[in-house]
Ligand binder design. Structure first.
Ligand SMILES: *Cc1c(COP(=O)(O)O)cnc(C)c1O
Length: 389
């Protein structure tokens, strides 16, 4: 991933920064487009995964749609040139202001997460003399087999509408004249690598479509959500998500009727491997039982490890990119940040070659839910971005 020229460039650059490898990004997007277009599937990029303007611009240039979870994301998607007919708006807590903004922007579809929200969107659309396209987000009760912090599709989650509420949904849809029912939406969690999970999801979607059609609602859109995972352990050997198998599962098990469109909302799989967080070692602390590498980056730059115990591969670039230096004894370090919180630790017991002040450290697979979650807690500087050619 990092050749000598790149590392030389890093040596001359102020740290910490996100390094975007635009080739990795483009190769990933090519793979995603090729694997999905084979089946005529539509992919929307989940904006929340990474909002770096260069990244978003590149994704937009491929013709993907945009999946937004706030009014500002809707606004920004349109400003970035996404076709408004390919902009969808999801989220459990859409405010009136956000709904109005999306109605004014004439977006394609609201993914609706409760019966009450249906009524509110209907009222706000009526006040503008508009009709809102809507899809019902159903909680399919499929276990995503992923970390419990990022599972969303089980019963009694804050997300989505549970199946026992569908009669209410149908009744509400019948009386809401300013809603246009487009289809059904699902999103069961994130960082899912087990394709069996998606097969189960397909089976549930098939059942749900039958339910709606039996109740007199024609379904145009089947939106399966996102969640495809990436390999955080082997970013070099496994740098592109398994789009082939992923879309193949849906082509095999999802019952798609003539005229229906299948939509996907991928975030992580499209951007995660394209970036690394590059930091420097500020201090090495050798304790009695533990050694600490104190970096100039912390939870203010990359929060995932602290927020949900996420694993990221960590390399000492000064001692060699991607190689395990067998000649030098490997030492276990707790790799920590400078922030005044004891949870500000990227990982404990990381085996690294002996490291020194000034060494460059790469924290890999940081392109998704990385830069977007950066904050200026402790009045830290905004994290910088650097791009490959
Ligand atoms: C976050 C989110 C996604 C994208 O999830 P990834 O795991 O990044 O693919 C898709 N749809 C909805 C509704 C989301 O909230």
């Amino acid at each position: 991933m990092f050749n000598n020229n790149t590392i030389q460039r890093f040596n001359e650059t102020e740290t910490p920064f996100y390094y975007y490898d635009m080739d990795v990004l483009r190769n990933t997007l090519d793979a995603c487009r090729d694997a999905s277009s084979k089946y005529g599937f539509h992919v929307h990029y989940a904006m929340k995964a990474n909002f770096n303007p260069q990244v978003v611009k590149t994704i937009q240039s491929y013709g993907f749609g945009a999946d937004c979870v706030s009014g500002n994301e809707v606004k920004a998607a349109i400003a970035h040139g996404f076709d408004k007919c390919k902009v969808v708006f999801a989220g459990v807590g859409k405010s009136d202001k956000e709904i109005n903004l999306a109605l004014d922007a004439n977006i394609f579809c609201f993914n609706v997460e409760s019966v009450q929200e249906l009524e509110i969107i209907n009222d706000l659309a009526a006040a503008k003399g508009k009709t809102a396209g809507i899809a019902i987000r159903i909680n399919p009760n499929v276990d995503a087999h992923t970390h419990h912090f990022i599972t969303t599709g089980l019963d009694e989650n804050k997300f989505g509408i549970n199946t026992w509420q569908l009669n209410d949904v149908a009744e509400t849809l019948r009386k809401c004249a300013n809603l246009k029912f487009l289809g059904i939406h699902f999103h069961i969690g994130s960082q899912i690598t087990d394709m069996e999970v998606y097969r189960s999801l397909c089976i549930r979607i098939n059942e749900m479509q039958d339910w709606f059609e039996d109740h007199g609602f024609a379904i145009k859109i089947l939106n399966t959500g996102g969640g495809l995972g990436v390999d955080y352990y082997n970013p070099d050997t496994n740098g592109i998500a398994n789009f082939e198998s992923y879309f193949e599962v849906f082509s095999k098990f999802l019952r798609v009727k003539p005229g229906q469109e299948v939509h996907f909302e991928l975030g992580r799989a499209m951007v995660a491997q394209s970036a690394s967080l590059i930091a420097r070692v500020l201090y090495v602390k050798n304790g009695q039982k533990k050694n600490f590498l104190i970096l100039d980056a912390g939870m203010t730059e990359l929060m995932r490890p602290m927020l949900y115990q996420a694993y990221h591969s960590i390399e000492n670039l000064t001692k060699g990119s991607g190689i395990r230096d067998q000649d030098k004894s490997e030492i276990k370090y707790d790799v920590v940040g400078p922030i005044c919180e004891s949870t500000d630790c990227f990982r404990k017991d990381v085996e690294l070659p002996q490291s020194h002040r000034g060494d460059l450290i790469a924290i890999r697979t940081a392109g998704a839910y990385g830069e977007v979650m950066a904050s200026n807690y402790n009045l830290r500087d905004q994290v910088l971005s650097v791009y490959s050619g």
